[in-house]
Design a protein around this ligand. Sequence first.
Ligand code: NAG
Ligand code: NAG
Ligand code: NAG
Length: 385
Amino acid sequence: MQVHTLYSFIALFSTQHKHMASSLFFFLMLLLPAVISAVNPCPPSERAALLAFKAALTEPYLGIFNSWSGTNCCGGWYGVACHPTTGHVTDVNLRGESQDPVFQKFGRSGYMTGKIWPEICSLSNLTTLIIADWKAISGEIPACVASLYSLQILDLAGNRIVGEIPTNIGNLISLSVLSLADNQISGKIPISIVNLLRLMHLDLSNNRLTGELPYDFGKLAMLNRALLGGNQLTGSISKSVSGMNRLADLDLSSNRLTGSIPVELGKMKVLSTLKLDGNSLTGPVPSTLLSNTGMGILNLSRNGFSGTIPDVFCKNSYFMVLDLSYNNLSGHIPGSLCASKFMGQLDLSYNHLCGTIPIGSLFDHLDPASFSNNDCLCGNPLKAC
Ligand SMILES: *[C@@H]1O[C@H](CO)[C@@H](O)[C@H](O)[C@H]1NC(C)=O
Ligand SMILES: *[C@@H]1O[C@H](CO)[C@@H](O)[C@H](O)[C@H]1NC(C)=O
Ligand SMILES: *[C@@H]1O[C@H](CO)[C@@H](O)[C@H](O)[C@H]1NC(C)=O
């Protein structure tokens, strides 16, 4: 119902039923704000932008765009949400893998081809842009995305997107989630990314990114998860990373990083998952990493770490994963390792370790593979010394 129609209805009603009119009028006035918000349609320019965006995509199996018709894009278009009073489009949320009934009905996950058309950038009040897990959306990220200043969530993961991350992505100062994982994005991580001071979740895993981490990456003080594994990043791990007081999860695995691990990394307060496996890192394993009782998953496998395993474990050490395999570690297995509270998966294989494997109930569940292919280890679960 249009608002002016409602007013005429009230006016007509008032003239014919004067005795009831005032109380009814009062009641309707209370109702009016709700009615206005329900009928406020999206601006025609935003509807046109959504239709142009849709036209560049093909979704052959689920019909998720079937609801994208009629004049009001705020009225039940799948994945579209609007501001309740202004009618501006605030959310475009299209996930190809979700619990939504449409996926259950067809018993399959999403698949979409086509490109993300720059028209999406005329939705200037967009706070959420999620076009994820459609497997086959290709083309580049429109550079104009960096002008969607209200964006808080940008998630284009799980497609086949190529090209580079827009240089001025750092303009999106409200961004708290940036996920471009599992695409074919190349080029460097834009330096401007360090301006995303509200960023909490960064996932650029499994792309083709090259170059180094921005020098002052540590400026991202709100960052909780930084997932950058499975790229072709070079250079060393900047000491500035250790200044990220909220960083709990750092994954730089399967890149081409060189140099040694900054000792400061082991002193980070909330860091509990550190994956540096599959790089060309060298130097010692910092003792701070192993003595940090908050560390739960540490994978340093497949690098060139050398020296001994520091004897710094303690009764509060609690490792779900401690993988030091495929390095150049020598010396004994430290006795303190057995004093740890918990050791889920331990892998020390393919090093140059020697001597007796420490005895302790903690090691009872481990099989020989955890210790295999060293120079001269012996004792349970390997053969007796
Ligand atoms: C919506 O976008 C317009 C045009 O860019 C802008 O002037 C306005 O401040 C925005 N409103 C909000 C709530 O962000
Ligand atoms: C550690 O990383 C290596 C190499 O990327 C991987 O093969 C291994 O499964 C990881 N270890 C654990 C325990 O997850
Ligand atoms: C392996 O470690 C030994 C002893 O620490 C060192 O002499 C050697 O250069 C290292 N090898 C490689 C390939 O790093």
